[in-house]
Design a protein around this ligand. Structure first.
Ligand code: OSB
Ligand code: MG
Length: 371
């Protein structure tokens, strides 16, 4: 039986991060993004969140390109091709190249509505069994080493299971040495967001003495060849983020030896169905995966939690609690991480209610599409 989608509502939101978040490519403070609301003929509501940012720094997609692609291409495809299972959405969207975050926002809403129609949780609909998930935290580039040490100490007290420290040239080996000195046994890793080239091999090799869990995306955002050369020279495992946009990207990177670990972001790979395919391939090939983050509001956070219940997500992800990012989130209850664990909700779909008042308060525009 097809899922009788009757309406899609695109909510454009603006939310302000509690504190600026800095990476090697730029700083985030105010965040504009889309929440997709989908309504079926039986009155079920499904929600998805686009993780595209306002500027094309992390990838080529933006809030603006999402709007164009969702309105002018993806919704018309859904109007023409009804689906009976969310896995079919990937095929319906296949004629459109890339634009994975736009696709994932709609696909996520279809998954939520599908789980609700079947009176099951999104986690179970995906095949996940964990009752709680382990999470870590991503710490942006700080004004000083002292600030970084203080933040790590706070995160350790909160119980986060691993600390990811953003690095860039000039804020890397020396800073991490200092961190290691103060926290000799803490699980730490580094994320470079493509700030280095192969010319930096000797510099990066110094990281090997610090026993990092991994280094994430040290080289170009679109590279898997140079990463394979780098991984041969480094003892520290390489984890790929930006370079992996699909199942085939993951397969090729693993075959080339470009990484030992993969960060799966639902938006970057075009949805939950593709995320699951990458997960299954990594499981069969003994590659550890974890769930990345894009400074999501509650809806995106809920999708990340559901995905992380799959069993090859053996490393703590970046899905910290709502209060790490927002004064007020758009879901109820908000996501709470206690001792680095998040309880997987057991009510149907994403398992969190939308806080309609908060959604409205953060809305800057809204558009309704009838199917
Ligand atoms: O590289 O994982 C990344 C934030 C924005 C863009 C890219 C990245 C990040 C993070 C933060 O590391 C993850 C989070 O806390 O949501
Ligand atoms: Mg990253």
């Amino acid at each position: 039986m097809t899922i009788p989608i009757s309406q899609i509502i695109l909510h454009k939101l603006r939310m302000n991060l509690k504190s600026p978040f800095s990476t090697s490519f730029g700083t985030f403070q105010e965040k504009d993004f889309f929440i997709v609301e989908m309504i079926d003929q039986d009155g079920n509501q499904g929600f998805g969140e686009s993780v595209a940012f306002s500027s094309p720094w992390y990838s080529e997609e933006t809030v603006g390109t999402n709007q164009h692609v969702i309105e002018d291409f993806l919704i018309p495809l859904l109007q023409k091709h009804p689906v009976s299972h969310p896995d079919e959405v990937t095929k319906v969207f296949a004629p459109i190249r890339r634009n994975n975050m736009a696709k994932a926002a709609l696909e996520g809403a279809v998954w939520d509505i599908y789980a609700k129609r079947n009176e099951t949780t999104l986690a179970k609909a995906l095949g996940g069994e964990k009752k709680e998930i382990e999470v870590g935290i991503s710490i942006g580039i700080q004004p000083s080493v002292k600030d970084l040490l203080n933040t790590i100490e706070w995160a350790a007290e909160e119980g986060y299971k691993r600390m990811k420290i953003k690095i860039k040239p000039g804020w890397d080996v020396d800073v991490l040495r200092e961190v290691r000195k103060h926290f000799p046994t803490l699980p730490i890793m580094a994320d470079a967001n493509s700030a280095y080239t192969l010319k930096d091999i000797d510099h990066l090799k110094q990281l090997d003495e610090l026993e990092l869990m991994m280094i994430e995306q040290p080289l170009e955002h679109d590279d898997i060849v140079d990463h394979a050369l780098l991984q041969k020279e480094l003892e520290t495992p390489v984890c790929l983020d930006e370079s992996i946009h699909s199942f085939d990207d993951a397969r090729k990177a693993v075959e080339l030896g470009s990484c030992k670990i993969i960060n799966i972001k639902i938006g970057r790979v075009g949805g939950l169905t593709e995320s699951k395919r990458i997960h299954d391939y990594c499981k069969a090939n003994n590659i550890a995966v974890w769930c990345g983050g894009m400074l999501e509001a509650g809806v995106g956070r809920a999708h990340n939690i559901a995905l992380t219940t799959l069993d090859q997500f053996i490393l703590p992800g970046d899905t910290a609690g709502s209060s790490r990012y927002w004064e007020k989130d758009i879901i109820e209850p908000e996501v709470v991480a206690k001792n680095g664990m998040i309880k997987v909700p057991d009510t149907p779909g994403i398992g969190y209610e939308i806080n309609r008042q908060a959604l409205e308060d953060f809305t800057i525009s809204k558009k309704v599409f009838t199917l």
